[in-house]
Design a protein around this ligand. Structure first.
Ligand code: WQD
Length: 343
């Protein structure tokens, strides 16, 4: 028996870093998230922490979105009013060593999901993309109309290909209604310190490496180059609080519920660039520490400077980042210090 359309939202990769924070934001806004995650890149303990944090019994399905039969069973069970697709591999460095894993998982996963959504005439999709599709922009800040470029890594390539796939599938199936969200650099953790970024193994990303160095898990941070053509020579990024990113997904769902748009793409950033050396300085200010770091050689594939023009998300989604980079660093540090207790 098909229940009438409800506020069930399918969240693929819902146990992951951005997925778990989005699950909290969905519940806070009256939605019922249904998580699908194969936990290849997430700890199962996240679910229990999420349930305590949200005081709800979560609907969790432990399987890969590549398993179409299980996906079909789920679509038979829930009248999803929307889908948020996070499930993908996202380590830039790993993708260079193992591109086929990324092509299979990130491209194959989206194909499987789209096939089932179309089979069930399920129309609303919020897709997790990345600023990496801009490659090295000629000008900053970048708008959604800034031309995309062939990204340097297979990870970035899969995000660009995913966007192209969505455009071509939506042309063939105009009932699809899609918001593509290009994240800049999500950082930080929920204020409670109960959920946050849990990189598997050695962190690729800057802030988790900083906080792990600060708790003594790493000896020192290596700054990948300080000879770029940027204000202080180190690379500039648009670091955005993960809770702001999560809240943007709710705004995107509400937007799709109101309007049949076809496909709309949005930058999710703060509109402000911060350099690596500034991030270290901010961390020292907030933690009272003196983070040990050394300047090493440039990391291949790094973009010298990129940050977002956020006018479109502000005007069309009615969303803007409310938290600062320092808020995110504070919350990431709080999470790292608690992490050993709660994992
Ligand atoms: C930021 C800056 C590094 C670590 C990638 C993906 C992007 C998104 C976020 C998924 C760079 C420097 C880093 C270190 C350093 N991924 N750095 N020492 O590469 O901008 O973006 O992660 O959503 O799609 O492309 O993020 O945090 O790895 O690096 O100096 O130990 O920090 O060189 O300049 P990046 P990052």
């Amino acid at each position: 028996m098909q229940m009438e359309k409800n506020n069930y939202i399918l969240v693929t990769g819902g146990a992951g870093y951005i997925g778990s924070h989005t699950v909290v934001a969905l519940i806070e806004n009256g939605f019922t998230p249904v998580i699908v995650d194969d936990f290849r890149n997430a700890q199962r303990s996240v679910i229990q922490r999420l349930e305590e944090l949200t005081e709800t019994n979560l609907l969790v399905n432990d399987f890969s979105i590549h398993d179409k039969n299980q996906l079909i069973q789920l679509f038979n069970k829930y009248p999803f009013s929307g889908v948020i697709h996070f499930a993908a591999d996202k380590a830039v460095g790993e993708s260079v060593e193992n591109p086929l894993k990324y092509f299979n998982n990130n491209l194959g996963g989206l194909i499987s999901l789209l096939e089932v959504m179309i089979q069930f005439d399920n129309q609303k999709l919020v897709f997790s993309s990345s600023c990496t599709v801009y490659g090295t922009p000629d000008l900053v800040p970048v708008t959604e109309d800034t031309p995309t470029k062939m990204p340097e890594s297979p990870y970035g390539f899969t995000k660009l290909m995913n966007e192209q796939m969505i455009h071509q599938v939506q042309t063939a199936h105009p009932e699809l209604n899609v918001a593509v969200l290009r994240y800049f650099n999500p950082i930080g953790a929920h204020l409670s310190g109960w959920i946050g970024e849990e990189p598997q193994g050695t962190p690729n990303n800057l802030l988790p490496y900083i906080t792990q160095t600060a708790v003594g898990k790493r000896d020192f941070l290596t700054v990948h180059g300080n000879d770029y053509n940027t204000p202080d020579g180190s690379c500039v990024r648009d670091y955005i609080h993960v809770v702001d990113v999560a809240e943007a997904h709710v705004a995107a769902l509400n937007f799709l519920n109101k309007r049949k748009v076809g496909i709309e793409t949005f930058n999710l950033g703060t509109g402000k660039g911060t350099s690596v050396l500034e991030m270290i300085r901010f961390f020292d200010e907030i933690s009272g520490m003196n983070l040990p770091f050394k300047v090493g050689s440039r990391r291949s594939g790094d973009v010298p400077e990129i940050y977002a023009n956020t006018d479109k998300a502000n005007e069309v989604l009615g969303w803007t980042a409310k938290r600062t980079v320092k808020d995110a660093i504070r919350d990431a540090w709080n999470y790292e210090q608690q992490a050993k207790e709660i994992q």
